[in-house]
Design a protein around this ligand. Sequence first.
Ligand SMILES: [Zn+2]
Length: 110
Amino acid sequence: MGVLQASAVGICPECQAAFVPQQNTQLFCCSQHRAAWNNRMTVRGRVATPLMIAARLTRNGTRGGSTSGYRASVDLDTLIRRWRQEDQDARRMATVAYVDRRYALGFDPI
Ligand SMILES: [Zn+2]
């Protein structure tokens, strides 16, 4: 025991409760909250991923001769605002803070 260090306490992205991680890469307080978060991100990702790629590859519709890139960019912005509000209403961690935590714990998406 001793002094509890800030790094010894995790904040669950799904419920924002403080918890003591059992492993130093543990992000969530329990497997149910990990599954809830990941399932929701999977559903959102199915919608967002093609829009994000089309918007990025056309520089939001200004390159490549497709008008879909601009629409994809606008739709993606709308979805992100909607999801951000849903997360706030449900008192979930902001996605930017979640990504900060993932990087800080050493997760590497590449
Ligand atoms: Zn939780």
